[in-house]
Design a protein around this ligand. Sequence first.
Ligand code: DSN
Length: 414
Amino acid sequence: MSSNADKKHRSLREQDPEVADWLLREDTRQSSTLTLIASENHCSSAVREACSSRITDKYAEGYPSRRYYGGCEVADAIEELARARAMKLFAATDANVQPHSGSTANLAAMVALAGPNGRILGMALKAGGHLTHGHSKSHSGMLFAVHQYGVRAGDGLIDLDEVRSLAKEHQPHVIIAGGSSYPRAIDYAAFAAIAKEVGARLMADIAHPAGLIAAGVMPSPVGVADVVTMTTHKTLRGPRGGMILGTKDTQKQIQSAVFPGAQGGPLMHQIAGKAVAFGEALQPSFRDYQIRVRDNAATLAQHLREHGLDIVTGGTDSHIVLVDLRKSGVTGAAIEERALVAGLSVNKNAVPNDPLPPMVTSGLRLGTPAATTRGMGRAEMLKLGDVILGLVRGEDPERHRKTVAALCEEFRLP
Ligand code: DSN
């Protein structure tokens, strides 16, 4: 073990070598392999430091200046700082930084806007939406009357005429715009117009493109949608967690829906990490990073396409590249497994109208946030594209291990 590894988790290793060893193994796994999982990223050591600070011990149920426990003066200051930075970053007039996750943020926003048993219209998971947008196995599908829209069979794009006609037919209280494997920019103004036509509220879920949107690299729903939900750990490159942006009008409803509605005490250490990440995202270098994330995804998509793979929607406007493997005769699960042998983490993903079940799938979702954080650019995307192409062609994954290992050696974790 290197002397760096020796220094890591030193006190934990003395007290609990078993957990410390697993954590060291995770350090090694992350540094010696590459993640092209679109929802993953590597946050800074400053963010990680904030998340492992003593404030993890503090209960702070309530909101700044209105807590159910004493001794919250530091918690108040940190939460207000996180909120102020978030509002500046997204040009929003309200931010709730307490949601533990994107799922909790979505649940709270839907309860606030639709009420229990309300009607919601969201994108189906199998079309690129998210479990929490009304899937029958998620609380959203159990607690609300759900209708779902898909994407056009021909080009894989959202069909706004279908959204409008479903909205007119089902009169939802809330329409959700956003997804977890939709690679294109969303026309939030068109969604808002449909919502207005039927008297619905619009919720934009930007969990995936939040960082690109914060940096002005993709269009923002802030000021267009009634509420905007997100995670803080994907393209936004912060700690694991969720956030809801709204307006002065929605502030009270959102606050009660988050606490006491969906959660108890906020995770103050994560909120401290969010404050640090938002501070980082306000720096000019964050925009440069997001431009590279988008450009890298475009390069990867084009390279795979030029070499015969089908890319859903023909390309990407974001960090996501969704590969349709149906013509290639391999499943998403098979490529995920081969990629792991080569040292790459990717995830199998349904493509629109996928005939295969979710644990198999006909697709592969790739994403560039983490590789870009490591400093990779166009040349590396072409190399990684070649690795993926080789794996799809059925080449021995061991053959590609060296290429991936050399990239990991050259482009270190932050
Ligand atoms: N698990 C996240 C993703 O991969 O998109 C969303 O929940």
